[in-house]
Design a protein around this ligand. Sequence first.
Ligand SMILES: [Zn+2]
Length: 443
Amino acid sequence: MKLRVALTTTDLSSLEHKQTLISSPSGMEIQIENEQRVKTIALLPGQSVRISPDGESMSVFITGHGRFKAARLVAGPRKASDSFFIDSVKRARANGQQRAEYRGHELDVNAAGGKLRLILVLDLEHYLTGVLESEVPASYHIEALKAQAVAARTYALNPRISHEKDNADVCDSYLCCQYFAGHKSVTSARHQQAIEATSGEILKYGTRAILALFSSNAGGYTSNYEDCFSDPKTNIFPPASIPYLKAVPEKLSPAEKNSAGETEARLKEVWHSNNHATFDSWSPHFKWSVHIPAHSLEAHMHHELSLLLKDQETAPFVIPAESGKFGHINKFSVTKRGVSGVAIELTIHTSTGEWQIRKELVIRNAFKNSDIKLARLKSAKIFFEHQHDHLGLLSSLTVKGLGWGHGVGLQQTGAQGMALAGKHYRDILSHYFTNAQIYRIGS
Ligand SMILES: [Zn+2]
Protein backbone atom coordinates (compact mmCIF):
# COMPACT_ATOMS: atom_id res chain seq x y z
CA MET A 1 0.00 0.00 0.00
CA LYS A 2 1.43 3.37 -1.11
CA LEU A 3 1.20 6.47 1.05
CA ARG A 4 1.62 10.12 0.00
CA VAL A 5 3.46 12.12 2.68
CA ALA A 6 3.51 15.92 2.28
CA LEU A 7 6.81 17.43 3.49
CA THR A 8 6.77 20.51 5.69
CA THR A 9 9.36 23.27 5.83
CA THR A 10 12.22 23.19 8.37
CA ASP A 11 10.03 24.68 11.14
CA LEU A 12 7.44 21.92 10.46
CA SER A 13 4.65 24.50 10.08
CA SER A 14 4.01 24.92 6.34
CA LEU A 15 3.66 22.71 3.25
CA GLU A 16 4.67 25.55 0.93
CA HIS A 17 8.34 25.68 -0.06
CA LYS A 18 10.03 28.72 -1.65
CA GLN A 19 12.55 26.58 -3.55
CA THR A 20 14.29 23.25 -3.21
CA LEU A 21 17.56 21.48 -3.93
CA ILE A 22 17.78 17.70 -4.34
CA SER A 23 20.91 15.59 -4.58
CA SER A 24 21.85 11.94 -4.16
CA PRO A 25 25.23 10.31 -3.50
CA SER A 26 24.19 7.37 -5.69
CA GLY A 27 22.37 9.19 -8.50
CA MET A 28 18.65 9.32 -9.33
CA GLU A 29 16.21 9.16 -12.18
CA ILE A 30 14.44 12.46 -12.83
CA GLN A 31 11.22 12.75 -14.84
CA ILE A 32 10.21 16.20 -16.00
CA GLU A 33 6.64 16.62 -17.20
CA ASN A 34 5.64 19.54 -19.37
CA GLU A 35 2.61 19.83 -21.64
CA GLN A 36 1.99 16.08 -21.64
CA ARG A 37 5.60 15.34 -22.60
CA VAL A 38 7.86 13.49 -20.20
CA LYS A 39 11.63 13.82 -20.33
CA THR A 40 13.77 11.38 -18.32
CA ILE A 41 17.21 12.39 -17.12
CA ALA A 42 19.69 10.20 -15.23
CA LEU A 43 21.15 12.26 -12.41
CA LEU A 44 24.73 11.17 -11.70
CA PRO A 45 26.30 11.10 -8.24
CA GLY A 46 27.39 14.63 -7.33
CA GLN A 47 24.84 16.30 -9.63
CA SER A 48 21.89 18.16 -8.17
CA VAL A 49 18.46 19.49 -9.11
CA ARG A 50 17.45 23.02 -8.16
CA ILE A 51 13.75 23.81 -8.45
CA SER A 52 12.08 27.22 -8.11
CA PRO A 53 8.41 28.06 -8.56
CA ASP A 54 7.46 30.04 -11.67
CA GLY A 55 3.77 30.94 -11.25
CA GLU A 56 1.79 27.72 -11.62
CA SER A 57 4.79 25.84 -13.08
CA MET A 58 8.45 25.39 -12.12
CA SER A 59 11.89 26.26 -13.32
CA VAL A 60 14.27 23.29 -12.99
CA PHE A 61 18.07 23.49 -13.20
CA ILE A 62 20.02 20.23 -13.37
CA THR A 63 23.83 20.29 -13.21
CA GLY A 64 25.29 19.10 -16.52
CA HIS A 65 21.91 19.32 -18.30
CA GLY A 66 20.74 22.93 -18.02
CA ARG A 67 17.40 24.57 -17.39
CA PHE A 68 13.89 23.18 -18.01
CA LYS A 69 10.33 24.37 -17.52
CA ALA A 70 8.18 21.77 -15.75
CA ALA A 71 4.58 21.30 -14.65
CA ARG A 72 5.66 18.38 -12.47
CA LEU A 73 8.88 16.66 -11.50
CA VAL A 74 9.25 13.14 -10.13
CA ALA A 75 12.60 12.08 -8.68
CA GLY A 76 13.13 8.40 -7.93
CA PRO A 77 15.99 6.25 -6.67
CA ARG A 78 17.72 3.79 -8.97
CA LYS A 79 17.75 1.13 -6.24
CA ALA A 80 15.49 0.73 -3.18
CA SER A 81 18.53 1.14 -0.92
CA ASP A 82 19.54 4.49 -2.48
CA SER A 83 19.03 7.63 -0.45
CA PHE A 84 18.69 11.25 -1.47
CA PHE A 85 18.88 14.60 0.26
CA ILE A 86 16.61 17.62 0.24
CA ASP A 87 19.12 20.33 1.13
CA SER A 88 16.46 23.01 1.58
CA VAL A 89 14.73 21.13 4.44
CA LYS A 90 16.51 20.59 7.76
CA ARG A 91 15.53 17.93 10.28
CA ALA A 92 16.69 17.30 13.84
CA ARG A 93 19.21 14.48 14.13
CA ALA A 94 21.33 13.25 17.04
CA ASN A 95 24.05 15.76 16.14
CA GLY A 96 21.79 18.75 15.48
CA GLN A 97 19.85 20.06 12.49
CA GLN A 98 20.86 18.34 9.24
CA ARG A 99 19.55 18.29 5.67
CA ALA A 100 16.64 15.87 5.31
CA GLU A 101 17.54 12.37 4.10
CA TYR A 102 15.07 9.94 2.51
CA ARG A 103 15.64 6.46 1.18
CA GLY A 104 14.08 4.23 -1.46
CA HIS A 105 11.08 6.28 -2.50
CA GLU A 106 9.83 8.81 -4.99
CA LEU A 107 9.59 12.55 -4.56
CA ASP A 108 6.76 14.26 -6.41
CA VAL A 109 7.23 18.03 -6.84
CA ASN A 110 4.72 20.51 -8.24
CA ALA A 111 3.90 24.20 -7.94
CA ALA A 112 0.80 26.16 -7.00
CA GLY A 113 0.45 29.88 -6.32
CA GLY A 114 4.17 30.52 -6.65
CA LYS A 115 5.15 27.91 -4.04
CA LEU A 116 6.41 24.34 -4.31
CA ARG A 117 4.76 21.27 -2.82
CA LEU A 118 6.97 18.29 -2.02
CA ILE A 119 5.33 14.88 -1.60
CA LEU A 120 7.05 11.59 -0.88
CA VAL A 121 5.43 8.45 -2.25
CA LEU A 122 6.36 5.31 -0.32
CA ASP A 123 5.10 2.03 1.07
CA LEU A 124 3.09 2.31 4.28
CA GLU A 125 5.38 -0.13 6.15
CA HIS A 126 8.51 1.73 4.97
CA TYR A 127 6.96 5.02 6.12
CA LEU A 128 6.32 3.45 9.54
CA THR A 129 10.03 2.70 9.99
CA GLY A 130 10.73 6.43 9.62
CA VAL A 131 7.89 7.34 12.01
CA LEU A 132 9.09 4.95 14.70
CA GLU A 133 12.69 6.14 14.31
CA SER A 134 11.46 9.73 14.67
CA GLU A 135 8.94 9.16 17.49
CA VAL A 136 10.39 6.56 19.93
CA PRO A 137 13.89 5.49 21.01
CA ALA A 138 15.03 2.02 19.86
CA SER A 139 15.96 1.35 23.50
CA TYR A 140 12.26 1.07 24.38
CA HIS A 141 10.79 -2.35 25.23
CA ILE A 142 9.69 -4.27 22.12
CA GLU A 143 6.06 -4.45 23.33
CA ALA A 144 5.97 -0.63 23.64
CA LEU A 145 7.45 -0.32 20.13
CA LYS A 146 4.86 -2.76 18.78
CA ALA A 147 2.01 -0.75 20.38
CA GLN A 148 3.45 2.42 18.78
CA ALA A 149 3.74 0.65 15.39
CA VAL A 150 0.04 -0.32 15.41
CA ALA A 151 -1.02 3.18 16.55
CA ALA A 152 1.16 4.89 13.89
CA ARG A 153 -0.08 2.57 11.12
CA THR A 154 -3.68 3.32 12.14
CA TYR A 155 -2.99 7.07 12.32
CA ALA A 156 -1.60 7.04 8.76
CA LEU A 157 -4.91 5.63 7.50
CA ASN A 158 -7.07 8.03 9.49
CA PRO A 159 -5.32 11.30 10.41
CA ARG A 160 -7.16 13.93 12.48
CA ILE A 161 -6.82 16.59 9.76
CA SER A 162 -7.55 15.49 6.18
CA HIS A 163 -4.74 16.23 3.70
CA GLU A 164 -6.90 15.50 0.66
CA LYS A 165 -6.70 19.15 -0.44
CA ASP A 166 -2.89 18.85 -0.37
CA ASN A 167 -3.05 15.75 -2.61
CA ALA A 168 -1.53 13.74 0.25
CA ASP A 169 -2.56 11.23 2.92
CA VAL A 170 -0.54 12.68 5.82
CA CYS A 171 2.14 15.30 6.45
CA ASP A 172 5.48 14.70 8.19
CA SER A 173 5.01 17.14 11.11
CA TYR A 174 4.17 16.22 14.69
CA LEU A 175 2.43 19.59 15.06
CA CYS A 176 -0.28 18.23 12.73
CA CYS A 177 0.07 14.48 12.07
CA GLN A 178 2.91 12.22 13.33
CA TYR A 179 6.61 12.87 13.00
CA PHE A 180 8.41 11.44 9.96
CA ALA A 181 11.90 12.92 9.80
CA GLY A 182 13.08 10.58 7.01
CA HIS A 183 15.13 7.42 7.34
CA LYS A 184 18.37 6.88 9.21
CA SER A 185 21.19 5.54 7.04
CA VAL A 186 21.09 2.29 9.03
CA THR A 187 17.59 1.06 9.93
CA SER A 188 17.12 0.28 13.60
CA ALA A 189 16.60 -3.50 13.90
CA ARG A 190 14.24 -3.13 16.87
CA HIS A 191 11.99 -0.61 15.13
CA GLN A 192 11.91 -2.94 12.12
CA GLN A 193 11.11 -5.92 14.35
CA ALA A 194 8.16 -4.08 15.94
CA ILE A 195 6.75 -3.22 12.51
CA GLU A 196 7.17 -6.74 11.11
CA ALA A 197 5.74 -8.44 14.20
CA THR A 198 2.54 -6.34 13.83
CA SER A 199 2.54 -6.35 10.01
CA GLY A 200 -0.69 -4.87 8.61
CA GLU A 201 -2.33 -4.56 12.04
CA ILE A 202 -4.55 -1.55 12.73
CA LEU A 203 -7.09 -0.54 15.39
CA LYS A 204 -10.77 -0.34 14.56
CA TYR A 205 -13.83 0.69 16.51
CA GLY A 206 -16.85 -0.86 14.85
CA THR A 207 -15.94 -1.06 11.17
CA ARG A 208 -13.69 2.01 10.94
CA ALA A 209 -10.01 2.68 11.62
CA ILE A 210 -9.83 4.73 14.82
CA LEU A 211 -8.28 8.17 15.29
CA ALA A 212 -5.12 6.79 16.95
CA LEU A 213 -3.82 9.88 18.77
CA PHE A 214 -0.68 9.59 20.88
CA SER A 215 1.66 11.82 22.85
CA SER A 216 4.84 11.58 24.88
CA ASN A 217 3.75 11.70 28.54
CA ALA A 218 0.28 12.09 30.07
CA GLY A 219 1.36 13.05 33.61
CA GLY A 220 -0.31 10.11 35.32
CA TYR A 221 -3.72 10.35 33.66
CA THR A 222 -4.64 10.42 29.97
CA SER A 223 -7.25 12.97 28.82
CA ASN A 224 -10.63 12.80 27.13
CA TYR A 225 -10.49 13.78 23.45
CA GLU A 226 -13.24 16.38 23.88
CA ASP A 227 -11.31 18.12 26.69
CA CYS A 228 -8.33 18.89 24.41
CA PHE A 229 -9.31 19.12 20.73
CA SER A 230 -11.87 21.03 18.70
CA ASP A 231 -13.81 19.46 15.84
CA PRO A 232 -11.38 19.29 12.86
CA LYS A 233 -14.10 20.27 10.37
CA THR A 234 -16.09 22.94 12.25
CA ASN A 235 -13.50 24.07 14.87
CA ILE A 236 -16.29 23.77 17.48
CA PHE A 237 -15.04 23.20 21.04
CA PRO A 238 -15.78 20.99 22.81
CA PRO A 239 -16.46 18.55 19.95
CA ALA A 240 -18.52 15.36 20.20
CA SER A 241 -16.72 12.85 22.42
CA ILE A 242 -15.04 9.82 20.85
CA PRO A 243 -15.93 6.54 22.63
CA TYR A 244 -12.43 5.02 22.45
CA LEU A 245 -10.51 8.22 23.44
CA LYS A 246 -11.40 8.27 27.13
CA ALA A 247 -9.34 9.49 30.08
CA VAL A 248 -7.65 6.58 31.87
CA PRO A 249 -5.53 6.68 35.04
CA GLU A 250 -2.02 5.24 34.93
CA LYS A 251 -1.78 3.19 38.09
CA LEU A 252 0.89 0.50 38.36
CA SER A 253 -1.10 -1.59 40.82
CA PRO A 254 -4.42 -2.88 39.44
CA ALA A 255 -5.71 -3.31 43.04
CA GLU A 256 -5.53 0.43 43.64
CA LYS A 257 -8.82 2.27 43.14
CA ASN A 258 -9.01 4.87 40.39
CA SER A 259 -9.49 8.36 41.70
CA ALA A 260 -12.79 9.97 40.80
CA GLY A 261 -10.88 12.57 38.83
CA GLU A 262 -7.84 14.68 39.27
CA THR A 263 -8.96 18.02 40.52
CA GLU A 264 -6.47 20.81 41.14
CA ALA A 265 -5.82 19.50 44.65
CA ARG A 266 -5.05 16.08 43.23
CA LEU A 267 -2.71 17.54 40.58
CA LYS A 268 -0.79 19.35 43.33
CA GLU A 269 -0.59 16.22 45.42
CA VAL A 270 0.81 14.20 42.49
CA TRP A 271 3.27 16.97 41.58
CA HIS A 272 4.65 17.29 45.11
CA SER A 273 4.67 13.58 45.95
CA ASN A 274 8.00 11.78 45.68
CA ASN A 275 6.55 8.29 45.57
CA HIS A 276 3.68 8.63 43.14
CA ALA A 277 4.11 5.49 41.03
CA THR A 278 2.33 5.36 37.70
CA PHE A 279 3.32 3.72 34.39
CA ASP A 280 4.63 7.07 33.15
CA SER A 281 6.15 8.60 36.31
CA TRP A 282 9.66 7.28 35.47
CA SER A 283 9.90 9.81 32.63
CA PRO A 284 11.86 13.08 33.09
CA HIS A 285 8.88 14.79 31.41
CA PHE A 286 6.42 13.58 34.06
CA LYS A 287 6.64 16.83 36.03
CA TRP A 288 8.15 20.21 35.30
CA SER A 289 7.97 23.85 36.31
CA VAL A 290 8.52 27.20 34.63
CA HIS A 291 9.30 30.48 36.41
CA ILE A 292 8.47 33.80 34.70
CA PRO A 293 9.03 37.34 36.08
CA ALA A 294 5.78 39.38 35.95
CA HIS A 295 7.07 42.13 33.59
CA SER A 296 8.21 39.55 31.03
CA LEU A 297 5.03 37.50 31.44
CA GLU A 298 2.77 40.52 30.85
CA ALA A 299 4.61 41.80 27.80
CA HIS A 300 4.89 38.43 26.07
CA MET A 301 1.42 37.22 26.95
CA HIS A 302 -0.18 40.43 25.71
CA HIS A 303 1.69 40.01 22.43
CA GLU A 304 0.86 36.30 22.09
CA LEU A 305 -2.83 36.84 22.83
CA SER A 306 -3.02 39.50 20.13
CA LEU A 307 -1.45 37.03 17.65
CA LEU A 308 -3.84 34.25 18.72
CA LEU A 309 -6.76 36.67 18.20
CA LYS A 310 -5.55 37.44 14.66
CA ASP A 311 -5.41 33.76 13.66
CA GLN A 312 -8.85 32.50 12.61
CA GLU A 313 -8.04 28.99 13.91
CA THR A 314 -7.35 30.20 17.46
CA ALA A 315 -9.37 33.45 17.72
CA PRO A 316 -12.58 31.73 18.94
CA PHE A 317 -10.68 30.42 21.97
CA VAL A 318 -9.39 33.75 23.28
CA ILE A 319 -12.09 35.83 24.97
CA PRO A 320 -10.88 39.35 25.85
CA ALA A 321 -12.04 41.34 28.87
CA GLU A 322 -15.04 43.63 28.22
CA SER A 323 -12.67 46.61 28.27
CA GLY A 324 -10.72 44.98 25.42
CA LYS A 325 -7.53 45.89 27.30
CA PHE A 326 -4.91 43.60 28.77
CA GLY A 327 -3.88 45.26 32.03
CA HIS A 328 -1.47 44.23 34.77
CA ILE A 329 -1.87 40.57 35.69
CA ASN A 330 -3.19 39.93 39.21
CA LYS A 331 -3.49 36.16 39.01
CA PHE A 332 -4.26 33.08 36.94
CA SER A 333 -6.89 30.49 37.70
CA VAL A 334 -8.00 27.37 35.86
CA THR A 335 -11.78 27.78 35.75
CA LYS A 336 -12.55 24.49 33.99
CA ARG A 337 -10.69 21.18 34.00
CA GLY A 338 -11.13 17.78 32.39
CA VAL A 339 -11.29 14.59 34.45
CA SER A 340 -7.51 14.11 33.99
CA GLY A 341 -6.85 17.57 35.42
CA VAL A 342 -6.12 19.14 32.01
CA ALA A 343 -7.04 22.84 31.83
CA ILE A 344 -10.01 23.44 29.51
CA GLU A 345 -10.46 27.10 30.46
CA LEU A 346 -7.92 29.49 31.94
CA THR A 347 -8.93 32.85 33.43
CA ILE A 348 -6.38 35.66 33.57
CA HIS A 349 -7.41 38.25 36.16
CA THR A 350 -5.98 41.61 35.05
CA SER A 351 -6.39 45.21 36.28
CA THR A 352 -8.66 45.86 33.25
CA GLY A 353 -10.85 42.78 33.56
CA GLU A 354 -10.83 39.02 33.06
CA TRP A 355 -9.50 37.32 29.93
CA GLN A 356 -10.33 33.73 29.17
CA ILE A 357 -8.40 31.21 27.12
CA ARG A 358 -9.87 27.88 26.13
CA LYS A 359 -8.49 24.62 24.75
CA GLU A 360 -5.34 22.73 25.56
CA LEU A 361 -2.93 23.85 22.82
CA VAL A 362 -4.13 27.48 22.84
CA ILE A 363 -3.55 27.69 26.61
CA ARG A 364 -0.06 26.20 26.18
CA ASN A 365 0.78 28.59 23.32
CA ALA A 366 -0.36 31.67 25.29
CA PHE A 367 2.73 31.27 27.51
CA LYS A 368 5.24 31.50 24.62
CA ASN A 369 8.10 33.63 25.92
CA SER A 370 11.42 34.27 24.17
CA ASP A 371 13.02 35.67 27.37
CA ILE A 372 13.02 32.18 28.86
CA LYS A 373 13.19 30.39 25.45
CA LEU A 374 9.75 28.86 25.89
CA ALA A 375 7.85 27.92 22.70
CA ARG A 376 4.80 26.69 24.66
CA LEU A 377 4.05 25.00 27.98
CA LYS A 378 4.82 21.27 27.85
CA SER A 379 1.21 20.44 28.74
CA ALA A 380 -1.99 22.06 30.01
CA LYS A 381 -2.13 19.88 33.12
CA ILE A 382 -1.05 22.87 35.16
CA PHE A 383 -1.46 24.84 38.37
CA PHE A 384 0.02 28.17 39.47
CA GLU A 385 2.06 29.62 42.30
CA HIS A 386 1.99 33.43 42.45
CA GLN A 387 4.81 35.45 44.02
CA HIS A 388 4.12 39.03 45.19
CA ASP A 389 6.24 42.09 45.99
CA HIS A 390 5.96 44.19 49.20
CA LEU A 391 3.05 46.15 47.68
CA GLY A 392 1.12 42.93 47.07
CA LEU A 393 1.56 43.10 43.29
CA LEU A 394 2.46 40.04 41.22
CA SER A 395 6.25 39.88 40.93
CA SER A 396 6.60 36.47 39.28
CA LEU A 397 4.68 33.34 38.40
CA THR A 398 5.59 29.68 38.71
CA VAL A 399 3.69 27.30 36.44
CA LYS A 400 3.89 23.70 37.60
CA GLY A 401 2.77 20.95 35.27
CA LEU A 402 2.50 17.24 34.64
CA GLY A 403 3.23 15.52 31.32
CA TRP A 404 4.37 16.47 27.82
CA GLY A 405 1.90 16.74 24.95
CA HIS A 406 -1.90 16.58 24.77
CA GLY A 407 -2.10 13.26 26.66
CA VAL A 408 -4.99 11.87 24.59
CA GLY A 409 -4.85 8.21 23.49
CA LEU A 410 -1.59 6.27 23.75
CA GLN A 411 1.27 7.84 25.65
CA GLN A 412 4.73 6.62 24.69
CA THR A 413 6.33 6.73 28.14
CA GLY A 414 3.28 5.05 29.69
CA ALA A 415 3.43 2.30 27.03
CA GLN A 416 7.08 1.79 27.98
CA GLY A 417 6.13 1.59 31.70
CA MET A 418 3.40 -0.95 30.94
CA ALA A 419 5.76 -3.05 28.78
CA LEU A 420 8.37 -3.09 31.55
CA ALA A 421 5.63 -4.23 33.95
CA GLY A 422 5.10 -7.25 31.68
CA LYS A 423 2.18 -6.05 29.54
CA HIS A 424 1.72 -7.26 25.97
CA TYR A 425 1.25 -4.68 23.19
CA ARG A 426 -2.39 -5.72 22.84
CA ASP A 427 -2.96 -4.95 26.56
CA ILE A 428 -1.23 -1.58 26.11
CA LEU A 429 -3.43 -0.66 23.13
CA SER A 430 -6.65 -1.71 24.84
CA HIS A 431 -5.66 0.34 27.92
CA TYR A 432 -5.27 3.54 25.88
CA PHE A 433 -7.94 2.99 23.21
CA THR A 434 -11.02 1.82 25.13
CA ASN A 435 -12.82 -1.05 23.36
CA ALA A 436 -10.92 -0.65 20.07
CA GLN A 437 -10.04 -3.94 18.35
CA ILE A 438 -6.99 -5.02 16.36
CA TYR A 439 -7.60 -6.09 12.75
CA ARG A 440 -5.33 -6.73 9.79
CA ILE A 441 -5.72 -4.23 6.94
CA GLY A 442 -8.31 -5.51 4.50
CA SER A 443 -9.98 -7.92 6.93
ZN1 LIG B 1 -0.70 16.65 8.87
